[in-house]
Design a protein around this ligand. Structure first.
Ligand code: FES
Length: 339
């Protein structure tokens, strides 16, 4: 059976079968529903069902709490309609680049820090691969599993894509990255994916928040903004446990020196005495709150571990008046989450 889904704020509507997810049907119809993992794990697609019935589907409990379910929230990458439904969700500018499957060749593999690898993938010369800075790709693994990584470069920078991969010992894919993978190996990918990119219909100052390798898509967004000569003030907060986690800090310091309106604030949560850290300490989202008790007039772009992203959104909205629709994020899904 097919039902009609209507987005309350815009009036956009589309057909959705009872056996397909609201997100899949919306994207197919060209409606800009926000999304990330498409797997019930990141929360990017969360919205409310205002009227009608839907089956919530299979998702990770921590991504949609019982309280949220009681309030009518669902994850549209998992929910299937059982009647016509009206949904409340923030629409995003639609990514105009079709996702496709491609073979890529490892052009470079190099450690950025003891547990972060830079992987540069050469794209096929015969196929154009276009994407928005901030989007991600999936690796298609032999057993049918996938692993998602954000692209760390903007599209204009080369005919390669670069990724920052943190080693998760025991992880199906990252163990390979840190042991057997080598230059010239072929890896299959599917992309671009995701709706995390700079919304260019705003002139608000931008706060960028990254934790660990969440820096990758943030770096791409910054590079793209610089290429496009976007003059909105940008403040980057990059958080890690120890200074080595901020594996491209020098690049950020260079931007702070050379780009008007760009500020860089590194934040370390667990420095050891031998780190000789004398910069900002604590949780990265708390550093933002300390500096910006009023976030009502900015946009925030955040990427990192779900606990960081969820805390940031909750506290920025509740404590610092950030309009919820001005918080854009991409949560990492760890290999453990996908096991
Ligand atoms: S896209 Fe739905 S939970 Fe990630």
């Amino acid at each position: 059976m097919t039902f009609q889904v209507t987005v309350s704020s815009s009036g956009h509507h589309f057909e959705c079968g009872s056996d397909e997810t609201i997100l899949a049907a919306g994207l197919r119809a060209g409606v800009g529903l926000p999304h990330g993992c498409k797997n019930g794990a990141c929360g990017a697609c969360k919205g409310r069902i205002l009227s009608g019935q839907a089956v919530l589907g299979k998702f990770q409990e921590k991504t949609l709490t019982a309280e949220e379910q009681a309030q009518g929230f669902s994850l549209f990458c998992c929910a299937t309609p059982q009647s016509d439904v009206t949904i409340d969700v923030r629409e995003v500018a639609i990514g105009e680049f079709a996702s496709k499957k491609l073979p890529t060749r490892i052009a470079k593999i190099e450690k950025l820090s003891p547990d972060v690898m830079l992987l540069c993938l050469q794209l096929p010369a015969t196929e154009k691969f276009a994407f928005r800075a901030g989007q991600y790709i999936d690796f298609l693994l032999r057993d049918g599993k996938r692993r998602s990584y954000s692209m760390a470069n903007a599209a204009h920078t080369s005919d390669q894509i670069s990724l920052h991969i943190r080693h998760m010992p025991g992880g199906l894919f990252t163990d390979q990255v840190f042991s057997t993978l080598k230059e010239r190996d072929i890896l299959r990918i599917e992309g671009p994916q995701g709706s995390f990119y700079l919304q260019q219909d705003s002139d608000k100052p931008i706060i960028l928040l990254a934790s660990g390798t969440g820096f990758a898509p943030i770096k791409a967004i910054i590079e793209d903004a610089l290429e496009q000569k976007i003059t909105r003030p940008m403040t980057l907060y990059w958080g890690g446990r120890r200074p080595a986690d901020l594996y491209m800090s020098q690049l950020c310091l260079d931007w702070a020196q050379s780009v008007p309106g760009f500020t860089y604030i590194p934040v370390i949560s667990d420095a050891l005495p031998e780190d000789n850290w004398n910069g900002r300490s604590g949780f990265v989202h708390q550093a933002v709150l300390d500096d910006y008790p009023d976030l009502s007039a900015v946009q925030v772009y955040a990427c990192g571990a779900p606990v960081v992203i969820n805390s940031a959104k909750r506290d920025f909205v509740a404590l610092a008046h950030l309009p919820a629709e001005e918080f854009f994020s991409d949560s990492f899904i760890s290999e453990a989450d996908l096991a």
